[in-house]
Write a protein that binds this ligand. Structure first.
Ligand code: CAA
Length: 295
């Protein structure tokens, strides 16, 4: 068993370029955080150019918002926008020191991504997964260099949620782990080392709550009532608002992974599945943007 805590920071690999696999919501938020806090080139990749353009559009839009709030100077805006680039090819990862994936939450997809990444990067490049529910160990099993893989799990919205869960596998070496901790600090996150167990610590707890609310939903409590009832309980966000922000299909997928790992403690909601099948993306948080209000 690995001792608790971070290894010596002197072992960390300097990060002068970052690769991000994926251009979806989490991946784009990660790319933005990396470029803002590290001021180094960040390359994002995805399956096609339209996804990349959408991701870059989001990043530029968030940078403009920060500028409008007085959080970034015009110079910093110009520099950040120039440092982020996107390509369908992963060739830009060749000289990256750190590559993180935030693609679809499916083990096979992630393993395929890492195989493609390993074909391009240097053997020293540290690899990370932003998985929220899958085993990092399983992801590392077929890697050429499993010793450089870490779990590096952020929370949505990445810009404001302070926590970063870092997970090591039985193979992860001190260089990779130390790099992860030093990087987490540079990103101004609170880092914790967790066991490589399904959903680490936070999602295990959070999803128990969300899963129970969904069970009540399946048993006849309407979603609005559940949210109203829980709004006075000191939660930063009511459960169905949070589910909408995470994304209903993503939330469902995470619950399914937890159901597979822990059984009925994580119930998969039939009602939520009906909403997903009906392509409802948001309940009431974005009513004016086409969200659906349930009664
Ligand atoms: N992106 C960027 N910035 C955001 C943001 C977003 N999506 N949402 C809020 N912010 C910023 C706001 O711009 C604001 O910044 P300024 O101070 O510069 O103006 C700041 O955050 C506070 O925002 P608000 O005052 O509007 O709202 P708030 O005080 O209610 O806080 C919140 C918003 C931090 C998101 C809070 O509602 C919260 O903590 N919600 C719970 C979030 C949560 O539980 N996340 C975990 C999801 S699970 C997950 O991510 C794991 C997984 O693997 C699936």
């Amino acid at each position: 068993k690995r001792p608790a805590g971070a290894p010596d920071a002197k072992l960390a690999r300097p990060v002068t370029k970052v690769g991000v696999v994926g251009a979806g919501l989490m991946a784009s938020q990660l790319a933005l955080l990396f470029v803002r806090r590290l001021n180094v080139p960040v390359v994002i990749t995805d399956l096609d150019q339209s996804r990349i353009d959408k991701g870059l559009g989001y990043i530029h839009g968030e940078i403009d918002k920060l500028h409008a709030k007085g959080r970034m100077s015009q110079d910093a805006v110009n520099r950040a926008k120039a440092l982020v680039s996107g390509s369908v090819s992963k060739d830009g990862f060749a000289d990256a020191d750190f590559v993180i994936e935030a693609v679809f939450e499916e083990l096979g997809v992630k393993k395929q991504v890492f195989a493609e990444v390993e074909a391009v990067v240097s053997p020293e490049c540290v690899l990370a997964t932003n998985t929220s529910s899958l085993s990092v160990t399983e992801m590392g099993r077929d890697l050429l260099h499993p010793e450089r893989l870490v779990g590096f799990h952020f929370f949505n919205p990445v810009a404001v949620m302070p926590l970063l869960e870092i997970a090591a596998t039985e193979w992860t070496n001190d260089t990779a782990l130390s790099t992860a901790f030093v990087l987490g600090k540079a990103l101004r996150k609170t880092t914790v080392l967790t066991q490589d167990a399904a959903a680490f610590v936070v999602n295990r707890v959070l999803l128990r709550l969300l899963s129970e609310v969904q069970a009540a939903f399946d048993e006849g409590t309407d979603a609005k009532t559940a949210d109203n009832a829980l709004s006075g309980m000191g939660l930063p966000m009511t459960p169905f608002t949070l589910l909408s922000m995470v994304g209903l299909p993503v939330a469902q997928h995470v619950t399914e992974s937890l159901h597979a790992a822990f059984g009925d403690r994580f119930a998969v909601s039939q009602n939520l599945q009906k909403l997903i099948d009906a392509k409802v993306t948001s309940l009431w948080v974005d009513d004016e943007q086409g969200g659906q209000v349930l009664n």
